[in-house]
Ligand binder design. Structure first.
Ligand code: HEM
Length: 517
């Protein structure tokens, strides 16, 4: 790993206290006489216990269980027409990369094969700073209004009183927020139980923007496709493995790399111009929707290979801190409100979880020098020496010998009525799930979806909640809903009433307007 001192497990190092003083007997606590009390002067013993008492840091509030490894991102195709990012200037450029995979809802000891989306967080160390892609293994998400996120997550976690996971909470939320149905159907297909962490694809889900050297931009969706394909488990096998080996995914990833069977992904983008977005059937800032590949084909840009296991899980995986706001010039977030909220939320949680200087930790530190006016704070070990700590005309910010060239780029403003559009459920919300059911899934996939949903939903006790969720499935396809109803022994229901598909759901941009201040 970059800038991390390597400690060999067999290096025969001298045993010391934390200040490096040698200690003769690791097990001996000093006491007065044979049965006497312990000595306050025994720094070795106090050092040992006091550090042990502080070993845990807060686990991630979501995505607590995970596995990670290092490798590289390699540029395989010229995309300088799309982005000015220095990473993509030359075919063949390789950048040191770390990936952390995770489940979402469970605690850090929970099983790797739980039915859940998987996090797919990538840190690419470029010559212009770190580029983080904090993706999932599904192309869509449960929400498009960020205000719903904490509510939604709470329903996947434990009940405040019983401290149990609760199928009523789970389906209560989903049945009242039907924009989730596309993701719910992917989650309850066998893609909800991938076979390990690395045999799966990664998707930006959100729309991002690539900006080229001329300041022209396009919307992009980014895809990482596993070279060996997306391997899944069926419901019962995943459940069995959860009991037998909760760390199945961590183990598979570690062993694959140790045996030099390096996990590899080919990276693609789909692109869409602002003009195309105006005419697109769906709102391009709505992450419950995919962009059809037929209309917006995948264009190859690079590949990612994981070829190095961490030496120390805590330092290189647990302390890793990813954020969609860690980006580089030429790659920008879109105005997707969920993505915009994430730009704030990740560095905020890192400051809580790891401390204000989390970017100085070896796994997070950029490979390029950092030069700014941030100073001090807890555990600051890079304080930028004698550099001035403020900007003035006498001591200008010229740390790299030159200020970064500020290209007065044009940015778009989204003028659609976000609040209204995000809250309204209309017929468009069921089109892609219906397509999934009728065209993408084969008979086995359909059978598994019904079986998997029923296995979970029959645990919900409240008949009203079950009927409501069945009406969401019925809005997708009456036959799907009826099959689930039969499997859980519930009465069949009619589809929920959705508003007609309207123009208002499409993206409106004020192309060319500038927000640069
Ligand atoms: C982790 C918030 C939506 C992917 C996290 C963490 C927070 C968070 C607080 C813990 C980070 C840490 O402690 O290091 C949110 C909020 C969201 C949101 C507020 C929406 C409003 C999403 C979406 C995706 C996503 C839509 C994927 C498209 C991830 C991943 C991680 C993560 C991959 C784990 C990162 C790692 O491995 O360290 N999220 N999230 N999240 N989130 Fe989100």
């Amino acid at each position: 790993m970059p800038s991390q001192q390597v400690y060999d497990s067999k290096d025969g190092a001298l045993y010391t206290t934390s200040n490096g003083a040698p200690v003769a007997r690791p097990y001996a606590a000093q006491k007065i006489g044979v049965n006497g009390p312990l000595l306050l002067a025994d720094f070795h013993h106090i050092d040992l216990l006091a550090h042990f008492d502080r070993e845990r840091i807060p686990e991630r509030v979501v995505h607590a269980k995970g596995a990670g490894a290092h490798g590289y991102f390699e540029v395989t195709h010229d995309i300088t027409d799309l982005t000015s990012a220095a990473l993509f200037k030359k075919i063949g450029t390789k950048a040191r990369t770390t990936i952390r995979f995770s489940t979402v809802g469970g605690e850090s000891g929970s099983p790797d094969t739980a039915r859940d989306p998987r996090g797919f967080a990538v840190k690419i160390r470029t010559e212009e700073g770190n580029l983080d892609w904090v993706f999932n293994n599904t192309p869509v998400f449960f929400i498009r209004d960020p205000a719903k996120f904490p509510h939604f997550i709470h329903t996947q976690k434990r009940d405040p009183q019983t401290h149990l996971k609760d199928a009523d909470m789970f389906w209560d939320y989903l049945s009242q927020n039907p924009e989730s149905i596309h993701q719910v159907m992917i989650l309850f297909s066998d893609r909800g139980t991938p076979d390990g962490y690395h045999n799966q694809h990664g998707y930006s889900g959100h729309t991002y923007k690539f900006v080229n050297a001329e300041g022209e931009w396009v919307y992009v969706q980014i895809h990482l496709r596993a070279e060996k394909g997306f391997k899944t488990l069926d419901n019962d096998t995943a459940g069995k493995i959860a009991g037998e080996n909760p760390d199945y995914g961590i183990q598979k990833l570690f062993e694959a790399i140790e045996s030099k069977d390096y996990p590899t992904w080919n990276v693609y983008v789909q692109t869409m111009t602002a003009e195309q977005a105006e005419k697109f059937r769906y709102n391009v800032l709505d992450l419950t929707k995919v962009w059809p590949h037929g209309e917006f084909p995948l264009r190859p840009i690079g590949k990612v290979v994981l070829d190095e296991n961490p030496q120390n899980y805590f330092a290189e995986v647990e302390q890793s801190a990813f954020s969609p706001s860690h980006t580089v010039p030429g790659i920008e977030p879109s105005a997707d409100p969920v993505l915009q909220s994430r730009l704030f939320s990740y560095p905020d949680t890192h400051r809580h979880r790891l401390g204000v200087n989390y970017q100085q930790l070896p796994v997070n530190a950029p490979v390029v020098p950092v030069a700014n006016f941030q100073r001090d704070g807890a555990m600051a070990f890079v304080s930028q020496g004698a550099r001035p700590n403020y900007q003035s005309t006498i001591s200008p910010l010229t740390y790299r010998g030159r200020p970064y060239e500020d290209k007065d780029w044009k940015h778009e403003v989204w003028v659609g009525n976000a609040r209204l559009e995000l809250s309204e459920i209309n017929e468009l919300d069921f089109e892609q799930p219906r397509n999934l059911w009728t065209k993408v899934f084969d008979d086995t996939a359909r059978e598994h979806l019904v079986y998997n949903v029923a296995a979970h939903m029959r645990n919900a006790k409240n008949a009203e909640i079950k009927a409501r969720q069945l009406s969401v499935f019925a809005a997708v396809d009456q036959g799907l809903s009826d099959r689930i109803a039969k499997a859980i022994g519930a009465p069949t229901v009619t589809p929920l009433k959705a508003a007609p598909a309207s123009q208002s759901n499409r993206l409106k941009t004020n192309i060319g307007a500038t927000t640069v201040s």
